[in-house]
Design a binder for this molecule. Sequence first.
Ligand SMILES: [Zn+2]
Length: 343
Amino acid sequence: MYYSEDFVEEVRGRNDIIDVISSYVNLKRNGSNYVGLCPFHNEKTPSFSVSPGKQMYYCFGCSSGGNVFTFLMEYENLTFVEALEQLADRAGMALPKQTNGDAEKIKRDIRDKILEIYKEAAKFYYALLKSERGQAAREYLQNRKLQEDTIRGFGLGYAHVSGGLYPYMRKKGYEDDLLKQTGLFTYHEKKGVYDKFWNRIVFPIMNRSGKVIAFGGRVMGEGMPKYLNSPETLIFDKSRNLYGLNFVHGKPAAGLILCEGYMDVIALHQAGFTNTVASLGTSLTSQHSSLLKRYSDLVYLCYDSDGAGVKAALRAIPICKEAGLTIKVIDLKPFKDPDGMTG
Ligand SMILES: [Zn+2]
């Protein structure tokens, strides 16, 4: 991706640094500047200062400083291009056409549409969980000791036995050509179209900007498979995404905790370990480990204590080491998994 200097300047001009930083840090006016508690180090008295005149920030405690782009890069662990795109989006600006023109544009439009469908689907599943038909699912989550805030924060939902997402999407006006590319439906030549997720608790998988890009589903009761993920699509590459990473901000001083499943991440977040992530139904890849490295140099492996978990941990260790990460292994025994430990 290449963006012209002009475009970069326009994005900068349309994102006032006070507005942007205010959505992350509580700022108070102090003379011609604004001050607040620094998001990059722990402090009790504010030494983080933002200048609306210079459109720059500086911390007198830890010397971090920069402009609106560097703030977002530091805070959200983004590359420059990612920060630029996020700020352009925030200002409602369309991204300029890249050189190979139309084909790229068509692909980008489809991606945007698929993102829109996933967002609608997440709302659909969430509403079902809250409805009368979601009662058994709500009870299941309560038995797993999940609090209301946690369920909302992770956007958990429910896919009912009789489905219903497909007619819902058709009613919204989405055509089959597009719906086929979402991976959320099974197209059967003779029997018609089915929802892929039914009778499952649904876990929205979000990218680092908090957009839903996939779903994981855990079956209610004893059906198979126990866990099901939506497939890779134009918006989802499972080897490049980690579940829970959208909730990790800055560079956690305590390092990151890497576990195996959605429920582990959710249970640990609820217990206060908001630096927990999981690979998505796949073994750890080198892309995962370099992603982890952008957030921390230290990773605690918190895999299940059964045979499969130990095997997965043994596979993950060299991959993490190769990325330059320091690895510590958490021994969960006598518990099987982090969810069992916190629950
Ligand atoms: Zn600081």
